[in-house]
Design a protein around this ligand. Structure first.
Ligand code: GSH
Length: 226
């Protein structure tokens, strides 16, 4: 993968990710910031994210990772978002430091990252948590139920219309829009999470984000090039 964009210039950021994965959050943040970035899609179906080459970037083989031109690597979605926000303060991925809105944005960003995202590993890879097949089925079932229950708390927290906060869009909305599309029956979501659904639709329709969500739409998790 070359670090070049379509114009042949060196890019500021290289996102290691996969279609349909959480790397869409980082692509969306870069698109909102209007920064130059390129994407290196890994073939997760072939397990390329667990090859030694990628594990040098992320020891657990998880996506996304963001690579800077000097080779510095940042992993873990919230760490990447906060780094991007610090480096591009003029575009306000989050509300201003010290504001109540920022406190709420961080609260729900971390709720998604620490209470929701880890359940995905249990749903997708229950064998990592138990060798016994019967336990794996139970773990998946329980994690799916917790996933739905926890989304109801996000639903109650949506105070804006359509975004999380009445102060307007922030990157927490992107996180919610991407995660709420996973592991969920669309009918259940429509019935139980109408505010989350409206928030997600609004995020998807933001002009800078339409191409990102198109690239990551369900069924687009085609094998990458690596
Ligand atoms: N703590 C990480 C979690 C990332 C994560 O779980 N990514 C998933 C894709 S959405 C992944 O790489 N799964 C592959 C695996 O666990 O083998 C973050 O916040 O970025």
């Amino acid at each position: 993968m070359l670090r070049a964009n379509l114009r042949g210039n060196n890019v500021t950021y290289l996102i290691h990710g996969a279609r349909g994965s959480g790397s869409g959050i980082i692509e969306a943040a870069c698109a909102e910031l209007h920064v130059d970035y390129a994407v290196r899609d890994l073939d997760v179906r072939a397990g390329k994210n667990h090859d030694a080459a990628y594990r040098r970037l992320h020891p657990l083989g998880k996506l996304p990772a963001l690579e800077f031109p000097d080779g510095e690597i940042v992993t873990d979605t919230v760490a990447i978002l906060l780094t991007l926000e610090e480096r591009h303060p003029q575009r306000a991925l989050l509300p201003p430091c010290g504001s109540k809105a920022r406190t709420r944005a961080l609260r729900w960003l971390l709720f998604c990252a620490t209470e929701l995202y880890p359940l995905v590993e249990m749903i997708d890879f229950p064998e990592r948590f138990s060798d016994a097949e019967a336990c794996q089925a139970m773990l998946r079932k329980r994690a799916s139920a917790m996933w739905n229950e926890r989304w109801l708390h996000v639903e109650s927290a949506v105070a804006g219309s359509p975004y999380l906060m009445s102060e307007g869009f922030c990157v927490t909305d992107v996180y919610i829009a991407v995660l709420s599309n996973w592991d969920m029956d669309p009918d259940w979501r429509q019935k139980n999470l109408p505010r989350v659904k409206a928030l997600s639709d609004a995020v998807r329709n933001r002009p800078a984000l339409v191409p990102v969500f198109e690239r990551h739409k369900p069924g687009a998790d085609v094998p990458g090039e690596a």
